[in-house]
Design a binder for this molecule. Structure first.
Ligand SMILES: Nc1ncnc2c1ncn2[C@@H]1O[C@H](COP(=O)(O)OP(=O)(O)OP(=O)(O)O)[C@@H](O)[C@H]1O
Ligand SMILES: [Mg+2]
Length: 285
């Protein structure tokens, strides 16, 4: 399981651990296509939660619902104890939005702005700071994300894919969020670049005491980084540790977690999973 869990974050395991994201009875549809139906999800403060599921099952849409970018057909979303309602634009809503950071699936940097201008954008929207302080904060976040200050002057098109992800991460961190949402942060990176990004995310989340919600297809990431895994399947979430999912008889879960990639990730990750978790014939229950 994730390093954080292995290090024993006992408070996260307690039944009354604080939920910083609480989704209840979410129903989402586009025309006749129902994407989520009666979906519940709790994210605990301080955890690293991975979200997986087949392509098109609604992971990105779920993030959009949590962030109040779209309106669900039914159900409720609370973040940091406040109801998320799309499009109110109220002061309370703005206050909530500055307490989270987001790295969208496609990076979503503005191509006509330099990296520094991209990273500074949330500061411009949410805070009125003198230019010298903005520059200082931008340089600090670029450094946190592993970029040299010189990267700030470049346009996104002048960066490598991995550097663009880091720039997006710097922007997501610029307002010192309590929760960071990442949608497939390592997609498109080579395995070494992906592993380095995973390590960066893990280090940052621990040192900045972030709660992290990360959509990923990358089993190595799930095994190496995440405390719990939420699987979007049959329009709902099944949440648990890797060991929980390994004994879930649902065919998709078996295929995903016990397929060749799943086994490779468990071995490569060097995690000491119980024998029964790897080999179902040894399962006692
Ligand atoms: N704005 C929209 N209008 C209509 N349908 C949409 C819209 N956004 C998403 N969908 C549909 O909702 C479903 C879920 O999309 P979503 O992007 O959440 O999938 P995903 O699980 O993130 O997939 P992937 O792993 O490929 O990123 C898809 O069938 C998609 O076509
Ligand atoms: Mg997606």
């Amino acid at each position: 399981m994730g390093t954080g869990a292995a290090e024993g974050s006992g408070a996260l395991e307690s039944a009354d651990a604080e939920s910083v994201v609480r989704v209840r009875g979410l129903r989402t549809a586009f025309g006749a296509q129902v994407v989520h139906d009666g979906l519940d999800l709790d994210v605990r403060r301080g955890e690293i939660l991975g979200i997986v599921g087949g392509s098109g099952t609604g992971k990105s849409v779920l993030l959009r619902m949590i962030l109040g970018l779209d309106r669900p057909v039914a159900g409720s979303v609370e973040v940091l104890g406040r109801r998320v309602v799309p499009g109110t634009g109220s002061a309370e809503d703005r206050d909530l939005r500055r307490r989270w950071g987001v790295l969208f699936q496609d990076g979503a940097l503005f191509s006509s702005l330099t990296v520094a201008e991209n990273v500074a954008l949330p500061l411009k929207v949410h805070a009125d700071l003198p230019p010298a302080l903005v520059k200082e904060l931008v340089d600090l976040k670029l450094a946190l994300a592993g970029l040299a200050p010189s990267a700030g002057a470049k346009l996104p098109s002048q960066l490598s894919g991995g550097m663009r992800k880091r720039a997006g991460l710097a922007r997501a961190l610029v307002l010192d969020p309590e929760i960071l949402f990442l949608d497939e942060p390592t997609a498109g990176l080579d395995p070494i670049g992906a592993a380095a990004f995973d390590r960066l995310v893990l280090d940052l989340s621990r040192s900045l005491r972030l709660t992290l919600v990360m959509v990923t297809h990358d089993l190595d990431t799930l095994v190496a980084v995440c405390d719990r895994i939420a699987v979007l399947i049959d329009k709902r979430i099944r949440i648990g540790t890797l060991a929980d999912h390994l004994i879930d008889p649902h065919p998709w879960m078996q295929a995903y977690f016990r397929g060749p990639r799943g086994r490779a990730a468990q071995i490569d990750g060097g995690r000491a999973l119980p024998a029964a978790a790897i080999d179902p014939t040894q399962a006692a229950r």
